[in-house]
Ligand binder design. Structure first.
Ligand SMILES: N[C@@H](Cc1ccccc1)C(=O)O
Length: 503
C-alpha cells in the first residue's frame, strides 16, 4: 500500500505542484476522499518515505476534533435516554400511564434513571398519580442529533456550549486530527526508485557505486538494541569479591606476571625443589625461552640457604639445590607468587615495613586433565594480611568476616599442609542443598622460612587465604560443568551428575 500511495502522491504533485490538504486524496479504488484519521496516518507513512529521499517536503497540520465515547456512540444509534423514556410512555389522558417499575423494564435501569430526570426537566413527561405519562405528542431528540453531527463532522455547528455539555456528560471526547500539506522536494520525480541501502563489494568491483542512488543515512533512527554486552558471570562474581575486600580495607596487588620463574612461584614460597607439584604433570613449563633472567642475587642466596641448610629455627630440606629449577620459566600455578613478590617489596621498601592488607583475583594455570570440575586455567581469589603479632585467631576471624559477607556463615577449619604455611587450614562450609560440608578454600600463616629471607622483621606475621573464583560462580549460577564458563557447553549426563555432588 505504501508504494502505491507514494506513487499516487507523486502523480498528484506532478499535476498540481502542491497538495494543500491530504484529506482531499482519493485512495486507489475508492470513490470518496480519505478523510479518516487512519487514512491520514497511512498517508504520513508514505510521505515520510518520500521525505527521506527529499522527493517531497511536507508540513503537518493539526486540529482538535471531537469523537463519540462508547456511550455517545450508543446514544447516537438508539436515541438519548430521555427520548427513549418519552417514547415508551403513553400520552396523558390515554390510559393510566406507566409505573416506574414497568418503565425500568421497558428501557433498562440506566436509561430509566437518567432519562426520567432529563425528560421531566424538558417538560416532555409528567406524573399521573404514581404513574408516568408523556405530556407532548412529539419531541426533537437534540442530543442524538448533535451526537450524529459530531460523528460525521468531528465538530458541532451549534458551538462550544453544547460541546462542553456533551463532554461533561462523557458522551464525546476530544482528539487531535492530523493532516498534511505537501510540496515537491529537491529531488522531485514521479518515478519511485528504490534507493540502495548497502554498499556491496560487487558495486565496488563493477564501479556501479558511482551511479547508484543511496538511501540517506538516518542518524536519528533508533538502532536495533544489541543483545550482547553483558558481563561474564566470572566478572560479576569477581566484582563481588573485590567489593568485599575493599569494604574490609584491603588494597589490590599487582598480578601481571602470567609467566613467572620457578624462583618466584616456588622457591621463595619454600616449596621444595623436589616437590611433586613442580612436576611436569602439574606445572606448564615454557619451552621458548626456557630460562628466566637471574633472580635478585642476594635474596636468591638467602632462599637457597634456607632450603638447603635451614635457618630461623628451621633445619631446611637438606636436599641438593639445583639453580636451573629456579630459573625455569613457567605459567604461574597460583597467585601466591604475586603475594610473595609483594611481601619481598614490603620487606625492602625505603621507609621500612608497614602493615598491609592486600588481595588479588587473577588467572592461574595447572596442567590438569580437564573435566567437569577442573580446567587447565582458572582464577584464584587471594587475601594477604601482614602485621606485627598476628595470630591464628586473626586469620580465622578474617575468614569468618570475609565469607560472611558472601553469605556463608557456617565455617569449619581442618588442619592441612602447604609448604609455605604453618599452621595451614582448609576451610569448609556447610552446603544446605548437598547437606554436607564442602571445601571452599585454603589458608595459613606464612612460614618464617619464607618471610625471614625476604628481610621482614621477625615479629611480623603474615597470613593468607585463597579460593577459586570458578566454584562460587558455578554455585551462584547453578552451573554443574565448569566448561560452561569458558565457552562450549558440554552436557554429558554422568559428568553433570558427578559435578553436582562434588560441588
Ligand atoms: N596458594 C594456595 C592458597 C593459599 C594462599 C595463601 C595462603 C595459603 C593458601 C592455593 O593455591 O590453594
Amino acid at each position: 500500500m505504501s508504494l502505491e500511495l507514494q506513487q499516487l502522491v507523486l502523480d498528484i504533485l506532478d499535476k498540481e505542484s502542491e497538495i494543500k490538504d491530504t484529506r482531499t486524496i482519493i485512495f486507489p479504488g475508492e470513490s470518496k476522499p480519505a478523510t479518516s484519521q487512519d487514512a491520514q496516518l497511512l498517508i504520513q507513512g508514505a510521505l515520510n518515505s518520500l521525505l527521506s529521499r527529499e522527493i517531497i517536503l511536507y508540513s503537518t497540520q493539526e486540529i482538535l476534533a471531537y469523537d463519540l465515547s462508547t456511550e455517545g456512540a450508543q446514544l447516537a444509534e438508539q436515541g438519548s435516554h430521555e427520548a427513549r423514556v418519552w417514547a415508551v410512555l403513553p400520552l396523558k389522558g390515554q390510559g393510566n400511564g406507566m409505573s416506574i417499575k414497568d418503565l425500568r423494564q421497558a428501557v433498562g435501569d440506566e436509561s430509566a434513571k437518567i432519562g426520567q430526570g432529563r425528560a421531566f426537566k424538558s417538560g416532555w413527561i409528567g406524573k399521573e398519580g404514581d404513574n408516568l405519562v408523556k405530556l407532548i405528542p412529539s419531541i426533537v431528540d437534540a442530543t442524538r442529533e448533535e451526537l450524529i453531527e459530531i460523528k460525521n463532522t468531528g465538530t458541532l455547528k451549534a458551538g462550544e456550549k453544547s460541546l462542553a455539555e456533551l463532554r461533561k456528560r462523557k458522551l464525546v471526547v476530544q482528539k487531535k486530527l492530523l493532516w498534511f500539506s505537501v510540496q515537491q522536494g529537491l529531488h522531485f520525480s514521479t518515478s519511485i526508485e528504490k534507493p540502495e541501502t548497502d554498499l556491496t563489494s560487487e558495486m565496488l568491483a563493477t564501479g556501479a557505486w558511482k551511479t547508484s542512488n543511496f538511501k540517506k543515512y538516518n542518524f536519528d533512527a533508533d538502532g536495533a538494541p544489541p543483545n550482547g554486552g553483558a558481563l561474564h558471570p566470572l566478572l560479576k562474581v569477581r566484582e563481588e569479591f573485590r567489593n568485599i575486600f575493599l569494604e574490609m580495607g584491603f588494597a589490590e596487588m599487582a598480578t601481571s606476571q602470567y609467566v613467572d620463574s620457578g624462583f618466584w612461584n616456588f622457591d621463595t614460597l619454600f616449596v621444595p625443589q623436589q616437590h611433586p607439584a613442580r612436576d611436569l604433570q602439574d606445572t606448564f613449563y615454557i619451552s621458548d625461552p626456557v630460562e628466566s633472567l637471574p633472580p635478585p642475587r642476594e635474596y636468591y642466596e638467602k632462599v637457597k640457604e634456607v632450603h638447603t641448610n635451614g635457618g630461623f629455627g628451621s633445619i631446611g630440606y637438606r636436599a641438593p639445590w639445583q639453580p636451573a629449577e629456579s630459573q625455569k620459566l613457567l605459567l604461574r600455578t597460583h597467585t601466591t607468587s604475586c603475594s610473595s613478590r609483594l611481601l619481598r617489596q614490603l620487606a625492602t621498601r625505603k621507609g621500612g615495613f608497614k602493615p598491609v592488607k592486600m588481595f588479588s583475583i587473577d588467572r592461574v594455570f595447572r596442567n590438569e586433565a580437564v573435566d567437569a570440575t577442573h580446567l587447565a586455567e582458572f582464577h584464584q581469589v587471594e587475601g594477604v594480611v601482614a602485621d606485627y603479632g598476628l595470630t591464628l585467631a586473626d586469620l580465622i576471624g578474617f575468614m569468618q568476616t570475609f565469607f560472611k559477607k558472601m553469605g556463608i556463615s557456617n565455617l569449619r577449619f581442618k588442619p592441612a599442609y602447604n609448604p609455605y604455611t604453618e599452621p595451614s587450614l582448609e576451610i569448609f562450609a556447610f552446603h544446605p542443598q548437598l547437606n554436607k560440608w564442602v571445601e571452599i578454600g585454603n589458608s595459613g600463616m606464612f612460614r618464617p622460612e619464607m618471610l625471614e629471607p625476604m628481610g621482614l622483621p621477625p615479629d611480623v606475621r603474615v597470613h593468607g587465604w585463597g579460593l577459586s573464583l570458578e566454584r562460587p560462580t558455578m554455585i551462584r549460577y547453578g552451573i554443574n560443568n565448569i566448561r560452561t564458563l569458558v565457552g562450549h557447553k558440554v552436557s554429558i549426563e554422568g559428568v553433570e551428575k558427578s559435578a553436582a555432588v562434588r560441588f
